[in-house]
Ligand binder design. Structure first.
Ligand code: PBG
Length: 335
């Protein structure tokens, strides 16, 4: 039926009509807040971005507990923890040290907030290696995929032992999900889910994260292991391989320019999909809002709703606290 019988505007005329037919809602419990936990003695962040990018601040363990308490109060579903260690070495030993900063933070958070948000830990070596790569580096400068798997699995088990609820490998080595799953099962953590960073692209949008986490590669880049932004079919292949290796949830990262893959991964695998609205995407919105070009609240809620509409069940976002405040109708902390 065409115009004039059909008039799309009939259902848009009032807030009541729009509300009645709205397809996608946003819930605080599907949002995940990233937290950067710095070990005492860690080098300070290169620039003090606190005012411009408050969600990227390096936190002490006690400050992280306070921020997680706020997240819990607002009903956020989870926090995802990144560690900033005081010591780095070629093998990233701080990643799988049972007394490492993430392990200590997990224990402190579980003790302070037993009913608090779920604790997701990022499982990677790049924050802990002195060369900043996500795996061990061979003498010829290439990343040794298979040698990295054992260290990543050890890291995951160490996080699980500390009490992490969900393990999220972000290294993009081949076979890491299977390596983590079999090591976790062998160590008594068969019930701990894996959220695989399956479609993780070598992106220009990770810059502020690398400053916050101190994880920029000392040489080269990550294009030999992260996906080429031009490749959608490869991203789907990564996702289906991760499903085969036992992933429980799949991630697409970054989010804003990757809605096609959020939809396709959801459609093709049927697994829960997490979109990671990354640091550079957060920085763009914050900068535009600070310059008066965007209404931050409206822009953020539009972005997060659109990621949910594309197919994301879970959204990791630096806007999580603000968004939860806006959804609850209370004043936002950062804006
Ligand atoms: C670690 C990791 C990165 C991000 C999440 N986990 C950095 C990278 O791969 O370089 C980026 C997140 C963001 O930019 O918000 N491998």
């Amino acid at each position: 039926m065409a115009f004039p019988t059909t008039r799309m505007r009939r259902l848009r005329a009032t807030a009541g009509l729009r509300g009645l037919v709205r397809e996608t809602g946003l819930r605080a419990e599907q949002l995940v807040l990233p937290l950067f936990v710095a070990e005492a003695g860690a080098a300070p962040a290169p620039a003090d971005d606190d005012a411009a990018l408050p969600a990227l601040a390096r936190l002490s363990i006690s400050a992280a507990v306070e921020r997680a308490r706020e997240a819990a109060g607002l009903g956020l579903g989870a926090v995802i923890l990144f560690g900033v260690p005081s010591h780095k070495d070629p093998e990233g030993s701080g990643a799988y040290d049972d007394e490492g900063v993430v392990q200590l933070a997990v224990r402190a958070l579980k003790q302070a907030l037993p009913d608090g948000p779920l604790l997701i830990t990022d499982v990677c070596l790049c924050e802990y290696t002195d060369h900043g790569h996500c795996g061990v580096v061979r003498e010829d400068g290439l990343i040794d995929n298979d040698a990295s798997l054992e260290l990543l699995a050890r890291t995951a088990v160490s996080h699980a032992r500390a009490g992490a609820d969900i393990l999220a490998p972000s290294d993009m080595m081949d076979g890491r999900v299977g390596a983590l799953r079999s090591e976790l099962d062998a160590e008594g953590f068969a019930d701990t889910p894996i959220l695989a960073y399956s479609a993780k692209f070598a992106s220009a949008f990770y810059g502020p994260f690398r400053d916050a986490a101190g994880s920029a590669p000392a040489f080269g880049d990550r294009r030999s292991y992260q996906l080429d932004p031009a490749n959608g079919a490869q991203a789907l292949r990564e996702a289906s391989l991760d499903v085969g290796e036992g992933a429980d949830m799949l991630m697409v990262k970054p989010a804003l320019a990757y809605g096609d893959l959020i939809s396709a991964v959801k459609r093709e695998t049927g697994l829960p999909v997490a979109a990671y609205n990354v640091s550079g995407e957060y920085a763009m919105v914050r900068a535009a809002a600070a310059a008066g070009h965007l209404d931050e609240r409206a822009a953020v809620l539009e972005i997060l709703t659109s990621l949910a509409r594309a197919g994301a069940d879970t959204i990791i976002t630096y806007h999580a606290l603000d968004a939860a405040h806006w959804l609850a109708g209370t004043e936002a902390p950062f804006t």
